[in-house]
Design a binder for this molecule. Structure first.
Ligand code: ADP
Ligand code: MG
Length: 679
């Protein structure tokens, strides 16, 4: 391998290396998972402004943004108190314009803004009584103006898009010129790929942001992540191929099988036969159980846990959120306790004393079954004899996390069986690429008696008829979910939930409307969900935190605002929260006013299709040639950038032709597949 100055060393620099980032700012960004220079560079522009040309003042158009350059004729302060302004009169060879700024002492004394100096200004031109003016334009001295395309960023962590732009441009200047990624050399042989450094430059400071160039640059950047991921998986596959405990026939799983309130569906029975076969085989199980939302994966998991415990071993189930872990603990307890099997819960909220006792019981082997969140992965969680690790909603965990639990066998003990579960319906070819390290059991269909969720697309201004529909559900003892639009700023998330709660309380004073969002404490979230699942609260206003796995069978109406802003797969997940009983359920997709015809077509798919896999494929087809870059800043499946629907082709491509190279540690560290869990 040739010589390169490692790029990832620079990417790993702390934020404090970036000019203008102090401790307070660093902390704020950290809360949004931006810890290093490289993290900052993954915040990709959402659009680009063409700022290549100067417009002569005379040729400005009213209401249009433009860049002008001129000489300062005069500067003055005007008005009093809050209305105080700094006014600058500017002229070029064609005409004059008046620039209005909020008053600041700094502008009045700024030497760059004195008469006769040239400045370049960008703002919205307005024609007022025959005179041009701009209000709060951006400005810089004429010499500093660099014509080109300006990237536009989403605001984040309370920083405006412009502020983000400044930081990111700063970060870019820190990438040393000869810096290379270990992949640069490998990919250079494929002529369509530039270096990683160039790709970042093209995305953040494009000379020419045409779709093709941007797509190439994004593909180059994403290729780093995919290739690292696929390498990790290859390594895991090698690791998976080893002997493990062969479980024997036991009473517990067959007793549970007989005591279930309903017969297993054929799909469940098929999956269980795969899994129990694996557990008895003496070879390590490494299987993914894929089944649509509501397909009944939990029972299959319970059977596997019963089998492990029945054979005298331990089993642990990892869930991505506390809410889900608690719910699983309850469900599993109800199923397993009658067989004399005890199951406990471990989360970040478990009190110190209870935690100590629990850890001791795990270590002694007295406790056989446990459910928990990431807290289970902590080093001091030591098992006596772990034989089976289950990871629910495994797409929420990175490869390493998925394996961390299964790596908890003690020295000298046999390898732990691993069962992942996911409702993310991914087309088989993509599943093979993404989860190529696992065997696949697919559960198709639903438990009997379920009716497809009747789905409608409605306009945003139809609150009256919608309220009438909601009242009918409430009268019929049904519960309602209301999902508020997704917002870039998590600080504002709680505000939009609160506003909706207020509105709905005014319509339904008896319904005990409550709100749920990601910034609430775990205990608060749990209390809220408890009140909803027991029917004390009848309408739950929420952000997409309820997306994952929550099971409240009495919920029969799902209302999703600004539905066009979600992918089909996510809408399907959300819709899967209702239709969990034999009663008819409904889903109302509220389309925002700006919904494009294309997104309306997409929403229509939800009306016509109820099969998750079909929807996933439709999503793929519809998005195949879709928007260029960054519709989502952080991907799913534990990815930082990748989006399974958008990047399916690229993923498959690298899966088929995986280049032979060794990712460096810094590189692995950077793309650390992380779980974007809400806890
Ligand atoms: P998911 O696959 O999304 O995790 P769950 O395991 O939460 O789905 O199951 C959804 C609901 O279906 C639960 O309320 C469960 O009790 C019920 N269920 C599961 N299996 C069956 C079955 N064979 N017959 C009837 N109901 C079932
Ligand atoms: Mg589930």
């Amino acid at each position: 391998m040739g010589h390169y100055r490692p790029m990832y060393q620079t990417m790993a620099l702390p934020l404090s290396a970036v000019k203008g980032v102090g401790p307070a700012l660093a902390k704020r960004l950290q809360r949004r998972d931006i810890r290093t220079l490289g993290d900052l560079l993954l915040h990709l522009p959402k659009a680009y402004i063409d700022d290549r040309q100067l417009t002569p003042i005379r040729l400005l158009s009213d209401g249009e943004p433009a860049r002008i350059q001129g000489r300062i004729l005069h500067k003055e302060a005007r008005g009093y108190g809050k209305k105080r302004q700094v006014i600058i009169h500017l002229a070029d060879d064609t005409d004059r314009i008046r620039l209005n700024f909020f008053h600041s002492g700094y502008m009045m004394s700024d030497a760059r803004l004195t008469e006769g100096r040239e400045i370049a200004v960008r703002g919205i031109a307005e024609c007022w009584q025959g005179h041009w003016q701009m209000t709060h334009p951006e400005w810089c001295v004429a010499e500093a103006f660099q014509p080109g395309y300006q990237p536009v960023y989403a605001a984040m962590a309370g920083l405006s898009g412009k502020r983000m732009a400044t930081l990111i441009q700063q970060a870019l200047t820190l990438l040393p010129v000869p810096a290379a990624s270990p992949l640069d050399e490998v990919l250079a042989r494929q002529s369509r790929f530039c270096s990683l450094r160039q790709a970042l430059k093209q995305l953040h400071a494009p000379a020419n942001p045409d779709q093709a160039t941007l797509q190439q640059a994004a593909a180059r950047l994403k290729s780093e992540e995919i290739i690292v991921y696929l390498h990790l998986m290859r390594e895991k596959k090698r690791q998976a191929d080893c002997p493990a405990i062969a479980m024997q026939a036991e009473r517990e799983s067959s007793l549970l099988h007989q005591s279930l309130p309903f017969a297993l569906t054929d799909a469940q029975a098929g999956a269980w036969s795969d899994i129990s076969g694996d557990l008895c085989s003496g070879k390590r199980m490494h299987r993914l159980l894929q089944g649509d939302v509501g397909a009944g994966k939990t029972w299959v998991a319970a059977l596997a846990m019963a089998k492990a415990a029945g054979c005298g071993h331990q089993a642990a189930l990892l869930a991505p959120t506390e809410v889900l872990a608690e719910q699983h603990a309850e469900t599993l307890q109800a199923l397993l306790a009658p067989l004399g099997l005890n199951i406990k819960l471990l989360t970040g909220s478990t009190r110190a004393k209870a935690r100590r006792e629990l850890l001791a019981e795990l270590q002694s082997g007295e406790l056989k079954l446990i459910v928990g969140t990431h807290a289970l992965l902590s080093d001091d969680v030591v098992f006596n004899h772990l034989a089976l690790a289950l990871v629910d909603e495994q797409h929420r965990f990175g490869v390493r996390q998925r394996w961390a639990l299964a790596d908890k066998q003690r020295a000298g003990q046999q390898a732990v069986h691993l069962l992942g579960m996911t409702a993310t319906p991914i087309p088989r070819s993509l599943a093979l690429a993404l989860y190529g390290d696992m065997d696949l059991s697919i559960m198709r269909g639903m438990p009997p008696g379920r009716k497809p969720v009747e789905t409608r697309v409605i306009a945003a201004d139809k609150m009256k008829p919608l309220a009438a529909g909601m009242q009918r559900i409430l009268d019929d003892d049904g519960l309602i979910y209301w999902i508020v639009p997704r917002i870039d700023e998590d600080e504002e998330e709680s505000i939009s939930v609160d506003q909706r709660v207020d509105l709905l309380r005014s319509y339904f004073p008896e319904a005990h409307v409550l709100g749920l969002h990601g910034r609430m404490k775990s205990a608060e979230k749990k209390a809220t969900l408890d009140r909803f699942s027991t029917g004390q609260c009848r309408i739950l206003v929420s952000t997409t935190v309820i997306e994952v796995g929550v099971n409240v069978p009495a919920a029969r109406l799902m209302i999703i605002e600004a539905a066009e802003s979600y992918g089909l797969a996510q809408l399907h997940q959300l819709r899967g929260r209702v239709g969990r009983s034999c009663e008819q359920s409904y889903c109302m997709l509220i389309a925002g006013e700006q919904a494009s015809p294309a997104s309306m077509t997409r929403l229509q798919q939800m009306v016509n299709t109820h099969d998750g896999l079909e929807l996933a494929e439709a999503d793929l087809a519809l998005r195949g040639s879709g928007d260029a870059v960054g519709t989502r800043q952080h991907g799913e499946a534990g990815f930082r950038l990748l989006n399974m629907a958008e990047d399916a082709l690229l993923i498959r491509q690298w899966h088929e032709h995986l280049p032979d190279f060794e990712p460096s540690d810094a590189m692995l560290q950077f793309w650390r597949p992380y779980a974007e869990s809400t806890d």
